[in-house]
Design a protein around this ligand. Structure first.
Ligand SMILES: Cc1cc2nc3c(=O)[nH]c(=O)nc-3n(C[C@H](O)[C@H](O)[C@H](O)COP(=O)(O)OP(=O)(O)OC[C@H]3O[C@@H](n4cnc5c(N)ncnc54)[C@H](O)[C@@H]3O)c2cc1C
Length: 231
């Protein structure tokens, strides 16, 4: 983990879908990070000073830095939503608890906004011509999946299978449903990555444990601050 404080300048803001927005920043010189790394983003405005953790939704191979967030109700989000091109924010303390084992078969579970981590990891695999077998199970409340077009495009360049799972239609993900979606879970030794709201991360980890999967192969990114399972 690096503890350097770095000033980021906003290059562009883009609406992805519904209440999902991306902010692109100019990449500072010699800035090095890894796919799915997260960092503290500090907003200072008058007497207000707060930080939140964000994951890079861009890949280190890309020209700009990108984060993607869901609109919210906090003061922090209100300030974030009012930012414009040229505004600056402070990035502090970035890194990650795990790496992507691209030499192994991978399963990614994204819960809503958790897709940021995997967008970064998939773009990185494309740009470095890595060809692991990847199954992405994208769990969302509605059929409005952020980055759906980009993810479907990624399939042309990767050995990637995507299953879009809509909880409002299909209910909670259960052991039987997961077995149906990913029958190879019974006999292939995958590395599992789970990112999203804490409730989704915990329930998916529990589900994997029911298959007797070794905890050491389960890597989690729990997006504290999002209280519901998916939205
Ligand atoms: C390792 C890590 C990585 C993370 N990466 C990301 C990331 O890439 N992108 C990201 O967005 N967050 C990420 N987070 C979460 C982030 O740090 C914040 O905690 C999160 O965005 C919530 O922000 P907030 O506290 O300002 O609350 P808000 O966004 O204001 O939300 C507070 C609560 O209110 C709910 N809510 C929001 N709007 C409404 C509404 N209109 N009606 C009813 N309820 C509502 C929210 O779902 C949430 O439960 C990450 C967290 C961690 C720990």
């Amino acid at each position: 983990m690096s503890q350097r404080s770095i000033t980021l300048e906003i290059y562009e803001i883009k609406k992805e879908i519904d209440d999902y927005f991306s902010i692109y920043f100019k990449k500072p010189k010699n800035f090095v990070y890894h796919p799915g790394d997260c960092f503290d983003l500090i907003i200072t405005k008058d007497t207000f000073k707060e930080k939140r953790i964000f994951s890079f939704s861009s890949s280190p191979t890309e020209r700009l830095l990108q984060i993607t967030y869901r609109k919210g109700i906090s003061q922090y989000k209100k300030y974030l939503e009012n930012m414009t091109k040229g505004d600056t924010l402070e990035l502090l303390y970035f890194g990650n608890q795990y790496s992507f084992y691209y030499e192994k078969p991978l399963v990614f579970f994204a819960g809503g906004i958790g897709i940021t981590v995997f967008k970064s990891a998939l773009q990185y695999a494309i740009d470095n011509k890595l060809q692991p077998s990847i199954n992405l199970l994208f769990i969302n409340k509605t059929d409005r999946f952020p980055f759906m077009n980009i993810l479907d495009e990624y399939k042309k360049f990767l050995n990637l299978t995507i299953h879009y799972y809509q909880t409002s239609k299909e209910g909670r993900l259960t052991k039987d449903k997961l077995k149906e979606i990913l029958p190879s879970i019974m006999d292939i030794k995958y590395e599992y990555y789970i990112a999203g709201p804490p409730l989704m991360v915990d329930s998916t980890s529990d589900l994997l444990r029911k298959f007797g999967i070794d905890d050491k192969t389960i890597h989690t990114d729990s997006f504290d601050g999002y209280l519901e399972e998916t939205r």
